[in-house]
Ligand binder design. Structure first.
Ligand code: NAD
Length: 360
């Protein structure tokens, strides 16, 4: 088996964390017999500097011709003065649109050794493992009409929350399929007591569920879900929701675990998936060997699960991260009393070492 992967390090800490992901991938390649063909390209600010465009045609072609895209992060103060259309972040929107990435998967998983890093009590968050499946290309962020118009006594701003049957069916299917690989429970989040688009959402999710009898489906209103996530997060396995609700709930779920540097994400849809840490380019720590590479390395694990059908190898990476944390190794963002502080590269060394020991 061979997987072609586009490697897009991007800006800021991107070029520091990406080599750690590549090392993990090489180690997995050696033990699994799976071949990973890696090709690097520029994206974001680095691409603007080199070509004038955040998503050069060459990078887009490479992404389209790959089986998966592994992305670091884009953006930084150097490019903040540019036109919105020319900014590094446009590359992300371009990739999502061009690759048809309509589903964003964001796990929030508690690594036991980091339990003190969360703002919630340990007994509430111990063992949480939630996956938020957010619809990414529809809903109120894209619905029309939208705009700001003049009215007699000022202005009127408006957006449209809109979902079609097809959009709901395809995202619901992603959620049910993900639940089949996990604990078999989906919470569909909506506001069906107020919004017609949510009423349709709920009706269509129920229809899709008929093809997934091995998965349990529950419905919850979004305001209740926001509350339940901090009250009793262990009740959730997979959460599926709209673009707007998912934007908010996935950040809330992520923060249960304490550190932004730890969490991966996957965007999937048509044939090519994109895998990246949830954080940005962290310009404040870039170039200092301070960045936590775990979110990036865990993104490789997501890629193995969702793009390569190698769930066992993905679990090996998760276990290697867990064991490294158990041995009290920490990067600066998760440092605490009695821990050993490591730089980005050295944290990568420890995780790769653990990985090699696990498969020896
Ligand atoms: P950020 O996620 O880059 O940083 C927020 C804070 O978290 C900073 O203090 C940073 O040092 C810290 N942090 C982030 N990742 C870390 C890691 N791996 N290890 C340790 N600490 C880490 O968010 P921001 O500061 O709002 O944005 C910076 C730039 O990144 C902006 O240009 C923004 O547009 C861009 N951005 C890009 C993406 C992306 O590429 N997907 C996502 C969000 C923001």
């Amino acid at each position: 088996m061979k997987t072609r992967i586009a490697i897009l390090p991007g800006d800021g800490i991107g070029p520091e964390i990406m080599p750690q992901a590549v090392r993990v991938l090489e180690a997995i390649g050696q033990v699994s017999g799976h071949t990973f063909e890696l090709t690097s390209a520029q994206v974001g600010g680095a691409a603007i500097d080199a070509t004038g465009f955040p998503l050069p045609q060459e990078t887009l072609e490479l992404a389209k011709a790959s089986d998966a895209v592994l992305l670091g992060a884009v953006g930084g103060p150097k490019w903040e003065g540019l036109d919105y259309e020319r900014r590094p972040e446009r590359a992300l929107l371009g990739l999502r649109e061009q690759l048809g990435l309509f589903a964003n998967l964001r796990p929030a998983k508690m690594y036991a050794p980091l339990i003190e890093a969360s703002s919630l009590k340990p007994d509430i968050i111990d063992g949480i493992d939630v996956l938020v499946v957010r619809e990414l290309t529809g809903g109120i962020y894209f619905g029309k009409p939208k705009g700001i118009e003049e009215i007699a006594n000022g202005h009127r701003g408006f957006n449209t929350e809109v979902y079609t049957t097809e959009e709901i069916h395809r995202i619901a299917k992603v959620a049910f399929q993900a639940a089949q690989k996990r604990r078999g429970l989906v919470h569909s989040i909506d506001k069906a007591n107020v919004l017609e688009s949510s009423e349709l959402w709920r009706r269509e999710v129920i229809k899709v569920h008929q093809n997934f009898s091995d998965v349990e489906l529950r419905h919850m209103y979004v305001d209740n879900c926001a509350m339940q996530l901090v009250r009793y997060p262990k009740q959730f396995d997979v959460i599926v929701t709209t673009n707007l609700f998912g934007d908010i709930l996935s950040d809330e779920a992520a923060m249960l675990t304490g550190s932004i540097g730890m969490l991966p994400s996957a965007s999937v849809g048509a044939t090519v998936g994109m895998f990246e840490p949830i954080h940005g380019s962290a310009p404040d720590i870039a170039g200092k060997n301070l960045a936590n590479p775990i979110g990036m390395m865990a993104s490789v694990a997501m890629m193995l699960t969702y793009a390569c059908d190698l769930p066992k190898e993905a679990q090996l990476i998760e276990t290697a991260i867990q064991k490294t944390l158990e041995q009290s190794y920490r990067t600066k963002d998760i440092e605490g009393p009695g821990t050993t502080l490591l730089g980005t590269r050295e944290m990568g060394d420890q995780i790769v070492k653990q990985l090699k020991e696990l498969v020896a």
